[in-house]
Write a protein that binds this ligand. Structure first.
Ligand code: S3P
Length: 171
């Protein structure tokens, strides 16, 4: 991979990965979409019919298969929760960028795609804040760089990531 994006639901991973792919002329892979292809079910259907553990096992399997492919990878918000996934993300030579957004902006984006996120759809702003706090250490453990997206347009986020990639290429 050229770059891997991690971060909470609604942090902009999908939008930013698409723009980055366009800029860098790279294929964009979305872990959730790969899971959907493998399971032949939507994410809410996987959670409903098989439960979260089954989803997490598929997520691990697909991450393991994808990590060494060419392109850009947008992970799921919960990918770094598992230790074996964190190890994969730490051991890869690909830069791992953590996209951060505050709870209000996050919630707004989650609401834009209501019904898509079994673990996000019921959250209010306090719930987002709590869940972000619970997960923060896991994101931090895997991230090479953090980009806070609160004041940035998606194209500006992309520019920051391109700067990170330039620096990584020089070092
Ligand atoms: C999840 C995030 C989702 C998806 C699943 C679980 C999570 O991905 O993988 O619903 O635990 O945070 P997005 O971050 O793309 O919404």
């Amino acid at each position: 991979m050229e770059v891997i994006l991690i971060g909470f639901m609604g942090s902009g991973k999908t939008t930013v990965s698409q723009l980055l792919g366009h800029q860098l002329n790279q294929t964009v892979h979305d872990l959730d979409q790969e899971i959907v292809k493998t399971a032949q079910l939507s994410i809410p259907e996987i959670f409903q019919q098989h439960g979260e553990d089954y989803f997490r096992n598929l997520e691990h399997q697909v991450l393991d298969e994808m990590v060494d492919k060419e392109g850009i990878l947008a992970t799921g918000g919960g990918t770094p929760l598992r230790e074996d996934n964190r190890r994969i993300l730490q051991q890869t030579h690909t830069p791992v960028i953590w996209l951060q957004a505050n709870p209000a902006n996050t919630l707004e984006r989650i609401h834009e795609q209501a019904g898509d996120r079994p673990l996000g759809d019921q959250l209010d702003v306090n719930g987002v804040q709590r869940m972000q706090a619970d997960r923060e250490a896991f994101y931090r453990e895997c991230a090479d760089r953090v980009v806070n997206t609160d004041q940035l347009r998606p194209t500006e986020v992309v520019n920051q990531i391109l700067e990170v990639l330039d620096q990584a290429a020089l070092s």
